[in-house]
Design a protein around this ligand. Structure first.
Ligand SMILES: [Zn+2]
Length: 329
């Protein structure tokens, strides 16, 4: 997904004023301290930059500072590229930690649950990605699945993706319809989010009787193959984080043995070849309709193979996740 929308500079003012108050409160009860006066000066300088209209621009190259980095550190004066080597090393260490956290959250590569088969692939464009994906089994044979894509890139997007993932894991229970689950996840994401980040999400539930309920929060349409025919599963609501209160609808589907659903992030359909042409959902649909009774793993592997032959092995520009769900009984 594209870069997160930058937070307007004036939105940083309350946070900076709050930091200033806290520093002054400490200064009143502590003997003069060089570190403290330095921080206070940095906060005052940042407030001054908001007034002057130069807030959020790198003092070295004059380009905008990365929004994710600025959201983390509002007193930042330089873009990531113009940080000192020591500061860059600290950021890299954060990224490596975030990558380890993300790996620990990835689902099992292949799962089989009460007449359903699941397969998954994740190819981040950088050390960490803003995608999340999971399949959660419930007692009684139902399973909740999710595939999400948080706006922006890098460590900030990865942290938000991990938080959205944890929220849905916590809320998912067989008694909660997926529409209600997504509505609550939206409220929590919106309430807890520090930046103007949003996320698109496909969240659904499969049951042993072959029903599949799916809610699409502004995500690129998953493709459904029933009896060899491919169709799109349109959005049933806005992306997560757009508004605090948003209602979500859902699709109620019934799948027969061999039918499957493929959800993916736009890293798949918006991938480009050497000439700049997009892979696109039409080519994906054509590839899927050519498959003869594939397994869920076969669906994912075919998508990846066709994508890689299209891009000619070019490095991906965006994170890519694919989740295939097939009725196997
Ligand atoms: Zn710079």
């Amino acid at each position: 997904m594209e870069q997160a929308v930058a937070i307007p500079p004036t939105d940083f003012r309350p946070e900076l004023l709050d930091r200033r108050e806290r520093l002054l409160a400490i200064a009143r009860v502590r003997p003069p301290d060089e570190g403290l006066s330095h921080l206070l000066a940095e906060v005052d300088a940042a407030l001054g930059r908001i007034e002057a209209g130069t807030f959020g621009f790198c003092e070295t190259c004059h380009d905008p500072i990365e929004p994710e980095y600025l959201a983390r550190e509002p007193i930042a004066r330089f873009c990531i590229g113009d940080l000192s080597p020591a500061e860059q090393r600290t950021l890299e260490e954060d990224l490596e930690t975030a990558a380890r956290i993300q790996k620990a959250h990835l689902p099992q590569v292949a799962t089989e649950l009460a007449g359903w088969e699941f397969a998954f692939a994740f190819e981040p464009a950088g050390p960490v990605g803003g995608d999340c994906c999971d399949v959660l089994g419930h007692p009684g044979g139902e399973a909740t699945f999710l595939l999400g894509d948080v706006s922006g890139k890098g460590v900030a997007a990865a942290m938000l993706a991990a938080s959205l993932h944890a929220t849905i894991r916590t809320l998912a229970s067989p008694g909660t319809p997926v529409e209600a689950l997504v509505e609550r996840a939206n409220r929590l994401f919106r309430s807890g989010s520090v930046s103007r980040a949003f996320a698109t999400l496909v969240c659904g539930r499969v049951s042993p009787d072959g029903t599949l309920a799916v809610c699409n929060a502004g995500h690129c349409p998953p493709l459904l193959s029933t009896g060899g025919r491919i169709r799109e599963i349109d959005p049933t609501g806005l992306p997560i984080g757009t508004f605090l209160s948003t209602a979500y609808g859902g699709h109620a589907l019934r799948l027969s043995k061999g039918d499957f659903l493929v959800a993916f992030t736009d890293g798949l359909t918006e991938a480009r070849d050497a000439s700049g042409a997009e892979y696109g959902s039409e080519r994906l649909a054509a590839t899927l309709s050519g498959l003869d009774r594939p397994t869920a793993r076969g669906v994912v592997d075919t998508c990846l193979a066709d994508l890689h032959s299209f891009t000619g092995g070019r490095a991906p520009e965006d994170d890519l996740s694919i989740l295939a769900i097939r009725r196997s009984a």
